[in-house]
Design a protein around this ligand. Structure first.
Ligand code: NAI
Length: 308
């Protein structure tokens, strides 16, 4: 398996590192527009091979897409991240141009690849990649819900003072501070609804913390996070290359599912060798469906900027 990561910045390099270390591909290609950046980080990563014990081939390049030829999976992390006080939506002006040209270049050399979009605003960038590539819908996946769910589970574990491994929790909807929907009703601790252990007030706080989870980190670090985003991208790749058929909340195009059409939004999907293979219906209650509709409305208005 060959996996390409475009963007050797914080998220891209972290993701490539996890892919290589966990040997999720035979070859990982790291590419960036900034002269020397991917080569430097790629070489640094390669020098961890004997220390950490992996044999993944790492190829690095400054914008030479021929090196990416024949990739099975490609991840797009190129673009600017947000700074403290910025929303993900404010990145659209610059990132739309980058994501469009990067997608075109990738597809030219890897026409059969599954494309994972990470650049923000991710829901709109996924829609852009889908429309501009003309690829079958199952091969375009936006990564955001896996990360938001990891943050949700982290905040639940802190509130419960329990191990994250005993907690299930899913975030659907958009990947924006106000558009994501942590499904507290369906979250469980050791298989039991978390509402049995936490008060409504505590659950509300967990959901609120989750929604600004990225902004909290941006404020602390000065730029957006990378460890969890990189690991989340790699987890998605793992389910694809190993055909694990795991269910993850991912941003995919909807055609009537969850009451929405012609929009890319986070819903639970089965991820396997063919990309996203099936949308799972979580049977939202009326309140959750209303939040989902509002989320769709916000993302749709964002998408409309693309064509103007
Ligand atoms: P970064 O600034 O560390 O890295 C971005 C890299 O993209 C830079 O090295 C830059 O040289 C490169 N780049 C820019 N234009 C390019 C082009 N045309 N071709 C190739 N490379 C190009 O930023 P970071 O922190 O890695 O974030 C990357 C993106 O991922 C941002 O848009 C950020 O908002 C987004 N993000 C998304 C998450 C998600 O869950 N979907 C989570 C975290 C970040």
């Amino acid at each position: 398996m060959k996996v390409t990561v475009v963007g050797a910045g914080n998220v891209g390099a972290t993701c490539a590192d996890v892919l290589a270390y966990r040997q999720l591909a035979d070859e990982v290609v790291l590419l960036d527009i900034k002269e020397g950046l991917s080569e430097g980080k790629g070489l640094d990563m390669l020098q961890t091979a004997t220390l950490l014990g992996f044999g993944t081939k790492i190829t690095a390049s400054t914008n030479d897409y021929s090196k990416t030829a024949g990739s099975d999976v490609v991840l797009i992390t190129s673009g600017i991240p947000r700074k403290p006080g910025m929303t993900r939506e404010e990145l659209i002006g610059i990132n739309a141009g980058i994501v469009k040209s990067v997608t075109e270049n990738l597809i030219r050399y890897s026409p059969n690849a599954i494309v994972i979009v990470i650049s923000n605003p991710m829901d709109t960038m996924t829609y852009l990649a889908l429309k501009s590539s003309g690829l079958p819908k199952n091969r375009i996946i936006g990564m955001g819900g896996i990360l938001d769910s990891a943050r949700f589970k982290t905040y639940l574990s802190l509130a419960l003072n329990a191990s994250q491994h005993d907690i299930e929790g899913v975030v659907i909807g958009g990947h924006g501070d106000t558009t994501m929907i942590p499904l507290t009703r369906l979250a469980t601790y050791k298989g039991v609804p978390v509402s049995q252990f936490l008060s409504a007030e505590q659950l509300k706080q967990v959901a609120a913390d989750t929604m600004v989870g990225g902004a909290t980190l941006t404020k602390l670090i000065g730029t957006s996070a990378w460890y969890a985003p990189g690991a989340a991208g790699a987890l998605l790749v793992e389910s694809i290359v190993r055909d694990q058929k795991r269910v993850f909340p991912c941003c995919v195009v909807l055609d009537g599912e969850y009451g929405q059409k012609d929009i890319c939004l986070g819903v639970p999907v089965v991820i396997g060798r063919n990309g996203w293979e099936k949308i799972i219906d979580f049977q939202l209650n009326a309140e959750e469906q209303e939040l989902f509709n509002k989320s769709a409305e916000a993302v749709r208005s964002m998408n409309s900027v693309l064509s103007t």
